[in-house]
Design a binder for this molecule. Structure first.
Ligand SMILES: C[S@@+](CC[C@H](N)C(=O)[O-])C[C@H]1O[C@@H](n2cnc3c(N)ncnc32)[C@H](O)[C@@H]1O
Length: 354
């Protein structure tokens, strides 16, 4: 379509990650900068919007890390891609119940979309958090980074190997304004980069989160400097494979990837094996990757639900357990979503990964 021209930004052809970055995050026309994507009236629903129990458990986990780090007087918490701010809203409410911790914590939000920042400001008071563009603002004390469905929302590159040579997928708009896939010889830099990851270098079809790794590089440097960790929860898989996992959804239904550009969400499944290799290369330690179900259950989500349910009427109880099922059931989010923790610290006794 002619209207898709704007996503090419004066280029005739673009690698798919750069093209999709424009589609999702362009300041004027991007999906995340012009539309409320979350919830029933949006296109998809994420765990913090399914149940506040999810966010309460993240709050308890963060406090348990602060405890493990020896209860430091200055403790930094960074939420990556806070969406509409639902998760942070519950975190702040939960933290207030732990007054010693509450006095030590300093909270930062890291968000690309100015539109979503406005939504976050409606949900969260400016006096409780600071929006940052640069992690240089975090100067002292250990730091926890965490993100729910952050990494899968950063566009990836795709490559195909033909007779030992790597070719990168690009998009080009033809003269009828149809978007066509074109494979072009990969740059030397990218070939070298991909070859340096043993978990993907021998695949025939490769998904590579170059933009995502650029973000994680800044984060791992900060963790290395101050001590701390990063917790990522995402839809993904455990062993590298020749998967093409790019997908688009609109109004809670699957959508053709190249249709409704700027109006549909586009994500890729996260390759957790590759993510682990990345963190290890950056000299962080990594806990065994676990599932959302095991993580939340290890952290006591069922016991917490039981306590809350006692004070509820039957109808609210059913609603609570229905939502819990969605978070925990292996066929729903329980096993499809994985949790990874990378850290720099002398102790490895983090809760949730037993
Ligand atoms: C799928 S949403 C998840 C939102 C929220 N965490 C939740 O669970 O509901 C992805 C979030 O990451 C943000 N995001 C994506 N790429 C980013 C980047 N490079 N830097 C900062 N935020 C980014 C998006 O704008 C959005 O807030």
């Amino acid at each position: 379509m002619k209207s898709d021209l704007k996503f090419f930004k004066n280029s005739k052809i673009l690698p798919i990650d750069i093209f999709l970055q424009n589609v999702l995050y362009d300041n004027n026309h991007g999906y995340y900068t012009s539309k409320q994507p979350f919830g029933k009236n949006g296109d998809f629903i994420t765990s913090p919007n399914i149940s506040s129990l999810f966010s309460e458990i993240i709050a308890i986990w963060i406090i348990s890390v602060w405890d493990l780090f020896g209860r430091p007087k200055k403790f930094n918490i960074v939420e990556l891609g806070p969406g509409d701010g639902s998760l942070m809203k519950i975190l702040l409410r939960s933290f207030k119940k732990f007054s010693e911790f509450d006095k030590c914590k300093k909270i930062f939000l890291y968000e690309e979309s100015s539109y979503l920042k406005k939504l976050q400001k409606n949900n969260i008071s400016k006096k409780d958090v600071k929006w940052i563009k640069d992690f240089k603002e975090i100067k002292k004390g250990p730091v926890i980074f965490f993100g729910n469905e952050f990494f899968d929302a950063i566009p990836i590159k795709q490559f195909r190997k033909i007779k030992g040579f790597l070719f990168e997928k690009n998009y080009r708009l033809d003269k009828n304004f149809e978007i066509k896939e074109v494979f072009r010889k990969a740059s030397k830099t990218d070939v070298k980069l991909i070859k340096s990851f043993k978990t993907i270098k021998d695949l025939k079809f490769i998904e590579f989160p170059k933009l995502g790794f650029q973000e994680l590089k800044k984060i791992t440097q900060k963790i290395f400097q101050l001590n701390g960790c990063i917790l990522l929860i995402d839809y993904g898989y455990l062993r590298s494979n020749n998967f093409n996992t790019l997908q688009s959804v609109i109004n809670h239904k699957k959508n053709n990837l190249l249709k409704n550009l700027g109006k549909a969400d586009i994500t890729a499944h996260v390759n957790f094996e590759l993510l682990k290799e990345f963190f290890l290369k950056k000299k962080l330690k990594v806990k065994n990757i676990t599932s959302q179900k095991r993580f939340l259950e290890n952290m006591g989500i069922l016991e917490r639900a039981e306590i809350i349910a006692k004070k509820m009427k039957f109808r609210d109880q059913s609603n609570l357990y229905l939502r819990l099922k969605r978070l925990l059931s292996p066929k729903l989010m329980g096993e499809l979503f994985k949790v990874i923790l990378a850290y720099k610290f002398k102790d490895n006794n983090f809760e949730g990964f037993k």
